[in-house]
Ligand binder design. Structure first.
Ligand code: IPE
Ligand code: MG
Length: 221
């Protein structure tokens, strides 16, 4: 989700107004995903690198997150949505972690769309923590015998399929340390639309573009 700041600045508003408007896009895309039977909707909400933004922007983003976690329970339950937060959770603080835990537990049994919010996440961090975890849990021999498919279970996304489609808004053409391992065969979709303007129509366009892709996974047809 990119372009909140530029969306706001181009309207003479504060960056945080862009983040607030961006929340409406999250709601729109989540509703569309649920209606279309999308099994997993992942949102890259805050990267490890985003901690280096000005303090007041970081705290606004965290309070926005907190407010959403506190007020979305009813809606998630009604729409059978399962909620997960993945990332370096240690950096999030006690109150936010507790609220997230509560919502994850409450929605754990839901069998509709799984909404995964990546918070304080980076792909390199994920690979490194996976490696450390595997080294802790496995004997030297088991570690040496580790296969690519076995490694998946040490990543924070264990048990979650690799993404089929990755959408990046705001005209930026890079992955910015998102799901590096998991996106090996992901289809990419780039759009100039700023995140606050990315609503149902734009999401459906991306889904339609995905539907016309030919995925060969390096093989010949
Ligand atoms: C994306 O919008 C939201 C977050 C990273 C939290 P930006 O804040 O990156 O907006 P721009 O890129 O400055 O326009
Ligand atoms: Mg940005």
């Amino acid at each position: 989700m990119d372009g909140n700041g530029r969306w706001a600045q181009s309207r003479g508003l504060e960056r945080v107004d862009g983040h607030r408007e961006g929340v409406q896009s999250v709601t729109a895309c989540l509703e569309t995903a649920a209606r279309e039977g999308v099994k997993y909707l992942s949102l890259y909400a805050f990267s490890e690198e985003n901690w280096n933004r000005p303090k007041d922007e970081v705290s606004t983003l965290m309070s926005l997150m907190m407010r959403q976690v506190e007020c979305q329970a009813e809606k998630l339950m009604k729409n059978h949505i399962r909620f997960r937060v993945l990332g370096n959770r240690e950096r999030l603080g006690l109150a936010l972690n507790a609220a997230i835990d509560g919502l994850e537990k409450m929605t754990a049994g839901n069998d509709g769309t799984t909404l995964i919010v990546f918070l304080s996440y980076s792909g390199k961090w994920d690979i490194l923590q996976a490696m450390k975890k595997a080294a802790r849990e496995l004997s030297d021999q088991e570690f040496q015998d580790l296969e690519i498919t076995d490694f998946d279970r040490y990543l924070v996304t264990a048990g979650i399929p690799d993404p089929d489609l990755l959408i990046r808004t705001s005209g930026e053409l890079r992955i910015s340390n998102y799901l590096l391992w998991q996106s090996a065969y992901t289809e990419f979709y780039f759009t100039d639309v700023m995140w606050p303007d990315f609503r149902e129509e734009q999401f459906r366009e991306a889904l339609a573009a995905y539907a016309s892709r030919d995925r060969r996974y390096g093989k010949v047809k």
